[in-house]
Design a protein around this ligand. Structure first.
Ligand SMILES: Nc1ncnc2c1ncn2[C@@H]1O[C@H](COP(=O)(O)OP(=O)(O)OP(=O)(O)O)[C@@H](O)[C@H]1O
Ligand SMILES: [Mg+2]
Length: 487
C-alpha cells in the first residue's frame, strides 16, 4: 500500500507539532522515522493511524483519499500502530486485550483466539499466560501483545513507535525477522520510530528525519551513525569520558534476599553497592531485576533477608519512609506509575513536595515548575498536562521531580525514549549525583548503555542473579550469555 501524506499540519495550543509535512511511503519498504524529542514523530504517526485528526492536509492510501476519525477506521483501511505507551486495558486479561478491536460477534471464541495467539506468539518467541492481567505484565510484554494483535488484525501499514524499548536482543531479532518477512513476502509498509540508530541501520531501507514539526532530511541506508546524527541535530554530540566515583564506604548491603510474587520468586540475592557506584542490571523483562529495584524502594516487601541502607535495615519499611531516607525510584511506566495523567507539571511539583501544609502556594509551585522546566529543558509550560508532553519530555519531567540530595537512585530504563543527545545529557545529570556520593542501581535493556555507564553489572535470568562483572572488562557477548542464564 502506498501512503502519501500531503502538507500535514497539527498544532496543540501554540505548539506546531506538525508544520506542513509531506512524504510518500512505498510498499515493501521499511522506513525509519528519526528526530529529537518533541520533533513531532508520534503526532504524525498518530494522525496517519487515526488517533489524532490533522488541522489540514491529506492522507492517501494507494491514491485514495481518507479522513480517519478513529484508529478503528484507520485499521479497517489497513493502517495499524503500536503506540509508544501501550493503549491497552490494564484491568483486563491478556486474551481479552488480544480480542479487542475485532468485529463484535455476540460470542467471543476464546478457544480459537487462544490457539491463534499461541501460534503467532511462538513464531516470534514471545510467551504469554493468557489468563494474566495486563497490569502484571512488563512494558515490553505489553508492546509485544500489541504487536501480535495488529498482526492478527491484518494491517497493511505497520507503525511501530519505539517498539524495542522493553524487549531483549533475541526477541528483537525475532521481531525484526518477522518484520522483514512481512515486508518481503506480503509487501507491507513498515515505519519504525526509534532513537536507536543501530536498529534503524539494521532494519530500515530509508530514514526520514523530523525537526520541530518539519521534514528536514532523508537518507538511504546504509549510512554511517555520524551522518544520521548530523541530519538529526546538525552536529555530533560530544562523547565524554566517565570518571568513576566509587568510594570505600558501603551504601547498600543486600543479604540473602528472597522475594516472592505470583509470577516469579527471586532468591538468595547478595549484593553490596558502594557509595558513588553505578550498578547495572541486565536481563529480559520479567526476570527479577525490577522486583529487586522495587523491594529496595519499599514498594515490595521481601519474604526473607535484609536490605541495609547505611547499616539500617529498610527491607520492611514503607515507600514513603524509604523515600524520606534519600532513596528515589524511577519507574519505566511513565504514565502509570511515575506521573499522573491529567495533572500539570506545577501540580506534580506540589504533589511531590515533602512539606505538608493545608494550603497549596500555587504561585510558588508555578515558579518552581518554570525553574525545573528551564533546568531540565522540558518542552512545555507549568500548566501543561504531563500526558500532553512528548515521550522524551515526560522522561525529563520524571527527573525534574526527583528530590535532592539523594543517597540511592533506583532507575528502570532511565533513558527509554530519549534521543541520543538527551540520553547523554541525562547521564551527565546522573553523574553529577554520583559525584556527590549518591549510588545508582539501574536496569536497562540496552547493553551498550549498561557497559558504558556502569561500574559493575549483573544479569538476572528467571529470578536468579548471575555473577557480578566489571563493566570495563565485559562485552555485550558476555552479558548476552549471562542474560541467557549461562555462566
Ligand atoms: N496531546 C497533546 N497535547 C498538547 N501538546 C502535545 C500533545 N501531543 C504532543 N504535543 C506536543 O507536540 C510536540 C510534538 O510531540 P510528539 O509527541 O509528536 O514528539 P515526538 O517526536 O514523538 O517526541 P519523542 O521522541 O519525545 O517521543 C511536543 O512539543 C509535544 O509537547
Ligand atoms: Mg514520540
Amino acid at each position: 500500500m502506498r501512503v502519501t501524506l500531503t502538507d500535514i499540519r497539527k498544532h496543540f495550543g501554540s505548539v506546531k507539532a506538525n508544520d506542513g509535512i509531506s512524504l510518500t511511503l512505498e510498499p515493501a519498504r521499511i522506513y525509519g522515522l528519526l528526530g529529537e524529542n518533541g520533533a513531532g514523530k508520534s503526532t504524525l504517526m498518530k494522525i496517519l493511524s487515526g488517533y489524532h485528526q490533522s488541522d489540514s492536509g491529506r492522507i492517501e492510501l494507494d491514491g485514495e483519499h481518507h479522513h480517519f476519525t478513529s484508529p478503528a477506521q484507520a485499521l479497517a483501511a489497513g493502517v495499524g500502530m503500536i503506540y509508544q505507551d501501550p493503549l491497552d486495558v490494564p484491568t483486563m486479561r491478556v486474551i481479552d486485550n488480544y480480542l479487542l478491536g475485532r468485529d463484535s460477534k455476540l460470542r467471543l471464541d476464546y478457544e480459537q483466539a487462544s490457539q491463534e495467539l499461541h501460534i503467532i506468539a511462538s513464531e516470534l518467541g514471545f510467551e504469554f499466560d493468557l489468563r494474566s492481567y495486563i497490569d502484571t505484565l512488563s512494558l515490553g510484554e505489553r508492546q509485544q501483545l500489541e504487536l501480535l494483535r495488529l498482526l492478527s488484525l491484518g494491517a497493511e501499514v505497520f507503525i511501530l513507535d519505539e517498539p524495542t524499548t522493553g524487549i531483549s536482543a533475541e526477541q528483537k531479532e525475532a521481531l525484526f525477522a518477522s518484520i522483514r518477512s512481512l515486508v518481503k513476502d506480503s509487501s507491507k509498509t513498515v515505519i519504525l520510530v526509534s532513537h536507536k540508530l543501530a536498529e534503524i541501520q539494521e532494519l530500515c531501507d530509508e530514514v526520514l528525519v523530523l525537526r520541530r514539526g518539519k521534514l528536514v532530511g532523508k537518507a538511504d541506508i546504509p549510512c554511517t551513525t555520524e551522518e544520521l546524527v548530523r541530519v538529526m541535530f546538525e552536529e555530533v554530540p560530544p562523547r565524554s569520558e566517565r570518571v568513576s566515583h566509587v568510594s570505600e564506604t558501603k551504601l547498600l548491603e543486600i543479604g540473602d534476599l528472597v522475594i516472592e510474587t505470583e509470577r516469579l520468586t527471586i532468591r538468595d540475592i547478595n549484593l553490596t553497592i558502594q557509595a558513588g557506584e553505578i550498578f547495572g542490571l541486565a536481563g529480559l523483562e520479567g526476570s527479577g531485576q525490577r522486583l529487586l529495584l522495587q523491594s529496595c524502594a519499599g514498594l515490595l516487601h521481601p519474604r526473607q533477608g535484609e536490605i541495609l541502607l547505611e547499616g539500617r535495615d529498610i527491607a520492611r519499611w514503607f515507600y514513603h519512609r524509604v523515600k524520606d531516607a534519600g532513596v528515589a525510584y524511577l519507574p519505566a511506566g511513565r504514565l502509570e506509575e511515575g506521573l499522573v495523567a491529567g495533572l500539570s507539571i506545577t501540580e506534580h511539583l506540589a504533589l511531590a513536595d515533602p512539606r505538608k501544609s493545608f494550603m497549596v502556594d500555587w504561585r510558588f509551585f508555578t515558579e518552581k515548575a518554570q525553574e525545573r522546566i528551564d533546568q531540565y529543558q522540558i518542552v512545555g509550560r507549568p500548566e501543561t498536562y504531563v500526558d500532553a508532553l512528548s515521550g522524551g519530555n515526560q522522561q525529563r519531567a520524571l527527573f525534574a521531580l526527583l528530590r535532592s540530595p539523594l543517597k540511592l537512585l533506583l532507575l528502570e530504563h532511565p533513558t527509554r525514549g530519549l534521543d541520543v543527545r538527551s540520553a547523554h545529557w541525562i547521564w551527565q545529570l546522573l553523574f553529577e549525583q554520583v559525584a556527590q556520593g549518591a549510588s545508582i542501581l539501574f536496569m536497562s535493556a540496552d547493553l551498550d548503555e549498561l557497559i558504558e555507564r556502569s561500574d559493575r553489572i549483573a544479569a538476572f535470568s528467571g529470578g536468579v542473579m548471575s555473577r557480578v562483572v566489571l563493566a570495563e572488562k565485559t562485552t555485550a557477548e558476555e552479558l548476552g550469555y549471562m542474560i541467557g542464564g549461562e555462566e
